[in-house]
Design a protein around this ligand. Structure first.
Ligand code: HEM
Ligand code: NAG
Ligand code: NAG
Length: 324
């Protein structure tokens, strides 16, 4: 047998067999995601989702923030499997860590629109990932390609949400280790925090920062916040404040400009620029908005591919709120 035939008939089949065994045994599931996943089974999936998300953001620009945050809170807990969307006692949704999370019905609407064009095909987990991208674009943020093929979990667990999600009072080392657990480095953590360039936070989440005398916080900014957030809970707990006081409805790099002028809203925001190791990244994003945009897009792709369910794992839910 010539060496060409040996390679073609023996080595290549063995190689393919080993490769597929390897995939079955130790599924590196993100390798199974692809941008063309629904091209044959639901060619209208992406345009249908985009139409639904654009309508939601034109109704209310804050909806863009809600959608970007939903993907984060889903992916950090049990991976990007839409576990966040499940209703029921003891679900992630009911965890304290998800208390202020809103916008679930926006995903339900997008899912209903997709079910009308191709029932039972497109997962809630994929819709979450596409919706976050479309939301970014709708408020003039960066775009990126979303690889598809995630499937939906049938379980979710409130306790896991409490452990896995970072909190607004975290210091820098807590933030870095919380993202490190999900395979995201400090630079990706800073870039992703840049999504606080849109959206709002409740007084209950920023009160500790404004009434702590040792906070690194601009004096005038502090007084304006105090006016809208009385010192003692539960008074004013739900009062809203934009996370980016300059341009709360536009995706830009003003979030980082605020940090440099000590006008970060949350303790975890100001921690990124407080005389520590991430200061230089913040400065870079202030001076170079296009670097922020491209780092943000790349980090969103990475975050949206944390431990997906693929192949025969998980299911395609009919309603995102229900495990069937
Ligand atoms: C770095 C660690 C992070 C912490 C500690 C944190 C914490 C918070 C807190 C406390 C709020 C206010 C929520 C409320 O009032 O209920 C908030 C809002 C928000 N977060 Fe984060 N976050 C972090 C990272 C992220 C990431 C990675 C994303 C997305 C990629 C994100 C997207 C958002 C958005 C868009 C809002 C505004 C939501 C709205 O308008 O309701 N956050 N975050
Ligand atoms: C951050 O917070 C943790 C938990 O409260 C604490 O153990 C740690 O010392 C803090 N780190 C810094 C650098 O302040
Ligand atoms: C912070 O400073 C104010 C005004 O000086 C003072 O009344 C208050 O007791 C201080 N709070 C703490 C926790 O030290």
């Amino acid at each position: 047998m010539g060496s060409y035939k040996f390679i073609a008939n023996i080595l290549i089949p063995i190689f393919v067999l080993l490769l597929s065994l390897n995939c079955m045994m130790a599924c590196n599931c993100k390798e199974q995601l692809s941008t063309t996943f629904y091209d044959n089974t639901c060619p209208k999936a992406l345009t249908t989702i985009k139409r639904s998300i654009n309508a939601a953001v034109s109704r209310n620009p804050r909806n863009a923030a809600l959608l970007v945050r939903l993907l984060f809170h889903d992916c950090f807990v049990q991976g990007c499997d839409a576990s966040l969307l499940l209703d029921g006692a003891g679900s992630e949704k009911q965890s304290r860590a998800n208390n202020g999370v809103l916008g679930y019905e926006l995903i339900d609407d997008a899912k209903a629109a997709v079910e009308r064009v191709c029932p039972g095909v497109v997962s809630c987990a994929d819709i979450l990932a596409v919706a976050a991208r479309d939301a970014s674009v709708a408020v003039r943020g960066p775009s990126w390609l979303v690889r598809l093929g995630r499937r939906d979990s049938t379980i979710s667990n409130a306790a896991e949400a409490a452990t896995d999600l970072p909190r607004g009072n975290f210091n820098l080392s807590q933030l870095i280790s919380s993202f490190d657990r999900e395979g995201l480095n400090a630079r990706e953590m800073v870039a992703l925090s840049g999504s606080h360039t849109i959206g709002q936070a409740r007084c209950v989440t920023f009160r500790p920062r404004i009434y702590d005398n040792s906070s690194n916080i601009d004096a005038a900014f502090r007084s304006s916040l105090e006016a809208n957030c009385p010192p003692t809970a539960p008074h004013g707990d739900g009062n809203l404040q934009p996370l980016d006081l300059m341009t709360p409805n536009r995706f830009d790099n003003n979030y980082f400009r605020n940090l440099v002028s000590s006008r970060g809203l949350l303790t975890s925001d100001q921690a990124l620029y407080n005389g520590d190791s991430t200061d230089s990244i913040v400065t870079e994003y202030v001076n170079n908005p296009s670097t922020f945009d491209s780092d943000f897009a790349a980090a969103m792709v990475k975050m949206s591919e944390i431990s997906p369910l693929t192949g025969t794992n998980g299911i395609i839910r009919t309603l995102c709120t229900t495990a069937s």
